[in-house]
Design a protein around this ligand. Structure first.
Ligand code: BGC
Length: 409
């Protein structure tokens, strides 16, 4: 039997995002929505802002060699065009703490939450949003590029656009009524806004999606001006839309893949040195199977990360798994989930995909957006009353895979 080994230099780690773990961020669209009772309060979250060193000690103890994190735009640019040096000094310390522990940083410049000054002036509906975002991106990379080789401009543009402008479950809560018929994800229905009967949210959604692509491309060019050697990626959420043999379902799946993944990627692929993949969903039109479910009520389908990677492989760029994981409060399925996800990644490499690394979502339990703190994605459990950290048993299974850099028999 051939040994299922990963390529030399393959890196392993876990991911987090600033708003979901840091705590103490109050000048964003999400923080404002929380004060209005539209989404749960994030508050101190995991207090990772103060505890990052101890958290990175845990990541290192789990064998990690890389770590994906994001920086908070609202901390760095609290007022339009005015940058906060203290925030930069903080993130420099965070990146140094990763280096000292031998963890290669992957920094995302913007992971869903945006400064209030930006969203209140129209956010990504704004015509000048791409320039505003590019200015911010270039500034951050200029300040941090000596400590980080790789930056992702943005996280999951399609999730951001569809939850905010079609489903109405995330700020700015614009909702198109027919979206309910096609949604397969669960992003917090209890906080939904009233649906608009007209098509206005749909037009705005398409405008936002276009601006996000332009924003990525503008940021890519601006970053390259300040730091030509910096690697730049976009982090793309890929839903695998599959179909039974029925031709009607095949067409439906092809359209869904186009609108969810290819349309955006076609616009930005030329401005990507690499592509980050976030994988959570597999769905098959016409499928009658009863799927086992995660705590998010999502299909338990980690092996289909293979299909997600192959969807992105057509862009012929290096790929890294920037997220993939399971909400599993009792840790009964996480070890199996991780093992199958890693195996699917290995198969994609055998099929020719250039995959460079794998990051589990998430290192820590955290604020799961409109669903609050109940869902537990962490390799590490957080007690939100005491901020105590407890490593879950499944984390040790991942550790063993990492240490051997191959699939365990
Ligand atoms: C996002 C994370 C989120 C995770 C689980 C991804 O869509 O990037 O912020 O917590 O999925 O829902």
């Amino acid at each position: 039997m051939t040994e299922k080994k990963f390529p030399d230099g393959f890196y392993w780690g876990a991911a987090t995002a600033s708003y979901q773990v840091e705590g103490g961020i109050y000048n964003t669209d999400w923080a404002k929505a929380a004060t209005e009772g539209r989404v749960p309060v994030c508050g101190e979250a995991c207090d990772h802002y103060n505890r990052y060193e101890a958290d990175f000690d845990i990541a290192k103890s789990l064998g990690n060699t890389a770590h994906r994190l994001s920086v908070e735009w609202a901390r760095i640019e609290p007022e339009e065009g005015k940058f906060n040096e203290e925030a930069i000094a903080h993130y420099r310390k965070v990146l140094q703490a990763l280096h000292v522990r031998g963890l290669k940083p992957y920094v995302t410049l913007w992971h869903f939450t945006a400064p209030l000054w930006f969203t209140e002036a129209g956010g990504f509906e704004r015509k000048d949003a791409p320039e505003v975002f590019a200015r911010y991106s270039a500034y951050v990379v200029g300040q941090l590029s000596d400590l980080c080789e790789h930056f992702s401009t943005m996280n999951e543009p399609n999730v951001y656009g569809s939850n905010g402008w079609l489903r109405g479950s995330w700020p700015p809560f614009k909702r198109f009524v027919l979206t309910d018929l096609v949604s397969i994800t669960n992003s917090g229905r209890q906080h939904e806004s009233r649906a608009s009967r007209g098509l206005a949210p749909v037009f705005l959604y398409f405008r936002v999606m276009k601006n996000l692509a332009l924003a990525h491309n503008a940021a890519y060019r601006a970053i390259k001006k300040v730091s030509p050697s910096t690697e730049v990626s976009v982090v793309k959420h890929v839903i695998v839309f599959d179909a039974t043999a029925n031709p009607f379902y095949k067409i439906k799946a092809a359209l869904a893949n186009y609108f969810w993944t290819y349309k955006f990627m076609n616009r930005v692929a030329d401005c990507c040195d690499q592509i980050g993949l976030n994988y959570y969903f597999y769905t098959q039109f016409g499928d009658k199977r009863q799927w086992r479910k995660t705590d998010m009520d999502w299909n338990f389908a980690p092996e289909h990360i293979y299909d997600a990677i192959m969807i992105l492989a057509r862009y012929k760029k290096p790929i890294f798994v920037s997220e993939g994981g399971i909400a599993d409060a009792h840790d009964t399925g996480r070890a199996e989930y991780i093992t199958k996800q890693v195996e699917g990644t290995w198969r994609a490499i055998q099929a020719g995909a250039d995959v460079r690394g794998h990051m589990y979502w998430s290192l820590l339990d955290n604020y799961e957006w409109a669903l609050g703190f109940e869902k537990r994605f962490g390799l590490v459990e957080i007690n939100y009353e005491t901020q105590e950290r407890t490593i879950r048993p499944s984390a040790y299974v991942y550790k063993k895979i990492i240490e051997e850099s191959r699939m365990l028999e």
